[in-house]
Design a protein around this ligand. Structure first.
Ligand code: MRU
Length: 336
């Protein structure tokens, strides 16, 4: 499945996105012909997951260049629209910065297309490498808890956290995967469970609030998650609920692994308090699957990411290597 289902596909003229809002009930695709449509697709969660957002934005720049040819100002304008789509995943800004350096030197659409393809292919290669490095940390067959979806769907392919689970499973090191359902978008219930079932990896869903109880019962050896942005001191932004998992994991002696390519590391931010955390629409919490469930009149607080302090992380796995007990010095050494 990690190879056969593509969340993002370029057909030479248009960008084709698997509509992740509809999975697993329906496998349908959205065709983007303009950069603005890609920005809307990112904001509305058609395509989601930090690396996938960056890759989609890079292809959005290609669409813009094909439309506006040598009008650099118009392309830069479209890039601003893409950058405004979502604030937390730094991969978006990383990919746009890579494309911008070419746009500013007058690169044509064909050159930009090669760059977008490189960004996509490098991400898959990084995931495969991280899969092996992360699996190396797992000493014996284990039970893993994961949160949100950091799989093939969230990346160029193969996945970050789910890439480690895939590689470890191939080595016979995964007894069971527990997937938090991940309210409110249910990325765990809809997407992670879908990926695991298709690969024949045994998976059980649990309500987000059940995770600490699962650990207390001694049923988890590793928590393995992805990230949307890692600050220079190793603080980790990831889907809301990750911080609580890290606290519970430390309390119960469960190890906590973060898997993310170096494109997720933001050395410009000294610590996690500076990471912009996206707040999303109240309606996402007031209902479920389009059905209104909350009491009328209730207010809503809907931050969709949280920050896990580096001190709660046992290992950050990147394509350049593993950082154990991350801090500012070890991250600096990794990124040098
Ligand atoms: O809101 P989402 O679905 O884009 O959030 C995704 C996550 O939090 C993932 O864990 C993160 O982007 C890593 S994906 C490899």
């Amino acid at each position: 499945m990690s190879d056969s289902v593509q969340a993002i596909r370029w057909d030479g003229e248009t960008l084709i996105l698997l509509d992740q809002r509809l999975l697993p009930a329906s496998v349908s695709y959205l065709t983007c012909r303009q950069a603005g449509e890609v920005a809307t697709a990112i904001h509305e969660m058609v395509v989601r997951g930090a690396p996938a957002i960056g890759i989609a934005a890079a292809w959005g720049v290609v669409l813009s260049a094909r439309r506006h040819a040598a009008d650099t100002a118009a392309i830069l304008d479209d890039m601003q629209t893409l950058a405004a789509a979502r604030p937390t995943a730094v991969n978006l800004f990383w990919a746009l910065a890579r494309m911008r350096s070419l746009v500013e030197t007058g690169a044509d659409a064909a050159r930009l297309e090669r760059e977008a393809r490189a960004i996509h292919e490098e991400d898959i290669a990084a995931n495969r490498r991280m899969g092996e490095l992360g699996a190396d940390l797992i000493e014996h067959p284990c039970r893993v808890l994961t949160h949100c979806n950091a799989g093939a769907l969230a990346t160029g392919g193969y996945g970050t956290a789910l890439g480690v689970i895939r590689s470890a499973h191939a080595r016979g090191l995964i007894d069971h995967v527990y997937a938090d359902e991940t309210r409110p978008w249910l990325q765990g219930a809809r997407l992670t469970a879908w990926e695991m079932v298709q690969e024949g990896i045994p998976v059980s869903l649990l309500a987000d609030g059940a995770a600490a109880h699962l650990m207390a019962r001694g049923l988890v050896d590793w928590v393995i998650v992805g990230s949307d942005r890692i600050a220079a001191n190793g603080d980790v932004a990831n889907k809301i609920g990750t911080y609580g998992l890290a606290i519970a994991a430390r309390h119960h002696g469960v190890r906590f692994m973060v898997v993310a390519p170096t494109s997720t590391i933001d050395m410009k931010l000294a610590d996690g308090s500076r990471i912009p955390v996206e707040d999303r629409d109240a309606d996402e919490l007031l209902g479920c699957a389009g059905q209104r469930v909350a009491a009328p009149g209730a207010g809503v607080w809907n931050p969709v990411f949280d920050i896990t302090p580096a001190s709660l992380v046992d290992a950050i796995v990147t394509e350049r290597g593993v950082v154990h007990k991350p801090d500012a010095a070890s991250l600096r050494a990794l990124m040098r």
